[in-house]
Design a protein around this ligand. Structure first.
Ligand code: HEM
Ligand code: HEM
Ligand code: FE2
Length: 484
């Protein structure tokens, strides 16, 4: 390594936006841990149905597992946007105090909701339960009082971000980001109203789930990725912004009507079979573009980055998004196939790889970018004092663990589609036959083995996050600009 690229660390206090971001990142990591804990309990309950029976039942552990996931990912996104807003707007955050109060209100509400999930889920379901206990829509089960609180908090967040850009300067990235936040917050409201008609209820619920993960969240991470590549590689703003526009156009072009792949069998009109099949089959195209984009930019900079762990996680995001959402989604998106795979472990296989690959990864990358600054703009490129074994091993264990779980669940899903659907014609007895077959049961064991690997990866990653750069004396590697 040449000495000309080594600077001294420049320790300066974090800006207001960065301090708020750190609050969100820490809360996100605590919730990530809760997600994994409850995932492990849910998985164990598949193998030993007596575990916590009548005390902490599968419906509750599963609900906490996936709700904690949604909330930690949202916290991570909010943190990421607070982290980059001042840098991007070239001015100070508007309403820093408001943002801090907002954080505490939101976090307290989440804590209350989790306590209610854990202790108050048994009893008659009445209209009152929707307001106070559980709204009953998978992934966003929070009761209505919390829903309203969440909307208010998100509006405050939105105001802070939009007003900061209005005070400072706009860019291609911030323009897309702010418009996307309007859609992201607005769509949440579709999951808030009650109707006793289950088809209508599901119709609107998918507006939140699908239009979040396959449209607005994808665009949001596109913005974060663009900014992240500039930070870690010194990528050209012109290049990343052009890619961002192309990706957004493709994403909305396929993702919005791709919604139809959830309307195949829930009592919605039959035309959704062709609309959903056709448009959702196009959804992988922007995800290919994202991989090409990330690899192209990294390659152009000879994989020289100012922050190796962050770049590694950004690349994990590009591939995880492509495989988890694009390939694993495509596999069961045509109605002819979905007829057999719908609601089996095949779906869970896709759910795990997509949520982890597309969204957990990029939040982790942003946290590494933040940590570099927190530790005083230290060196985080190659040649770390401990050879970076902690971040490298945790990267490997986490990705290996999730991929292992994904493959185990896919095998279980194949078994269910074949035995329960193809052979037994979706009968009640066919359902149990599939669950008791050797392939299914072995897959459930393997899921736990790889779940343990994932858990070890997370613990190691936390250790790394607490220590990386603390004893570093070299400053951040300067990014040499490329010839145009
Ligand atoms: C990062 C983006 C994505 C995430 C996080 C994601 C996640 C999920 C999850 C969690 C489910 C299960 C929902 C439930 O509980 O019923 C699901 C269902 C589904 N996803 Fe995705 N998905 C993504 C992108 C895609 C893409 C791009 C496609 C198609 C190319 C796709 C196709 C499907 C289909 C067809 C189902 C329904 C499965 C069934 O019938 O049971 N997904 N997705
Ligand atoms: C320690 C590792 C984990 C274990 C043991 C685990 C276990 C489970 C179990 C047992 C379920 C319920 C499946 C069912 O209803 O049949 C589930 C659902 C789910 N988990 Fe995990 N999980 C783990 C990690 C993760 C991670 C890291 C993510 C994503 C970041 C994730 C995302 C999901 C999603 C989206 C669902 C709902 C899937 C669907 O309904 O199709 N899990 N998990
Ligand atoms: Fe979808």
């Amino acid at each position: 390594m040449s000495t000309s690229t080594v600077n001294v660390p420049v320790a300066s206090p974090l800006t207001a936006g960065q301090r708020i971001a750190m609050h969100y990142f820490i809360a996100a990591m605590v919730l990530f841990l809760a997600q994994i804990l409850f995932g492990m309990i849910s998985g164990l309950q598949y193998l030993m149905p007596d575990v916590f029976y009548n005390q902490l039942d599968f419906n509750v552990t599963r609900m906490v597992h996936i709700n904690a996931m949604i909330v930690w990912l949202l916290f991570g996104f909010i943190g990421s946007v607070y982290w980059l807003v001042e840098d991007e707007a070239k001015t100070e955050l508007v309403g820093a105090k408001l943002a801090l109060i907002n954080f505490w209100i939101l976090t307290t509400a989440v804590a209350v909701v989790v306590v209610v999930y854990l202790f108050v889920q048994v009893g008659p379901g009445e209209l009152k339960s929707i307001w106070l206990i559980n709204e009953g829509r998978e992934y966003i089960e929070a009761p209505r009082w919390a829903d309203i609180g969440i909307v208010v908090c998100v509006l405050v967040f939105f105001y802070n971000i939009a007003a900061t850009f209005m005070k400072g300067t706009w860019s291609g990235i911030s323009g897309v980001l702010v418009l996307d936040l309007v859609a992201l917050a607005g769509i949440y409201c579709a999951g808030m109203y009650f109707t006793p008609n289950i088809s209508v209820d599901q119709h609107w619920w998918w507006w939140v789930i699908h239009l979040w993960v396959e449209a607005t969240w994808e665009v949001l991470v596109g913005c974060i990725m663009a900014w992240g590549l500039i930070q870690t590689l010194g990528a050209s703003r012109k290049v990343v912004t052009t890619w961002l526009y192309i990706e957004v156009a493709l994403m909305f072009g396929s993702g919005i009507l791709g919604l139809g792949h959830h309307y195949f069998w829930i009592g919605t009109p039959e035309y959704w079979l062709s609309i959903g099949g056709f448009f959702s089959a196009l959804e992988p195209i922007p995800l290919v573009a994202m991989v090409v984009h990330a690899v192209y930019d990294s390659g152009r900079h000879g994989f020289k980055s100012a922050n190796h762990p962050a770049l590694a996680w950004l690349i994990a995001h590009a591939f995880g998004n492509f495989f988890g959402a694009g390939v694993w989604g495509f596999m069961h998106t045509l109605p002819q196939i979905n007829l057999y795979t719908h609601g089996t472990q095949w779906t869970a296989s896709h759910g795990h790889l997509a949520f982890f690959g597309a969204y957990a990864t990029i939040n982790i990358a942003m946290i590494y970018i933040a940590l570099q600054r927190v530790r005083g703009n230290v060196w985080m490129s190659g040649g770390l004092s401990d050879n970076g074994w902690k971040w490298k091993w945790s990267l490997g264990l986490l990705n290996g663990g999730v991929v292992g779980m994904t493959v185990a669940l896919l095998i279980a899903g194949y078994d269910q589609s074949f035995v329960e659907r193809a052979l037994e014609g979706s009968t009640w007895s066919g359902y149990f036959q599939a669950q008791q077959s050797a392939w299914f049961m072995q897959a459930m064991n393997w899921r736990m083995v790889f779940g343990c690997m994932t858990t070890v990866g997370i613990l190691l990653m936390f250790w790394d996050m607490l220590t990386i750069g603390t004893s570093e004396t070299r400053g951040k590697q300067a990014l040499a600009p490329l010839p145009e």
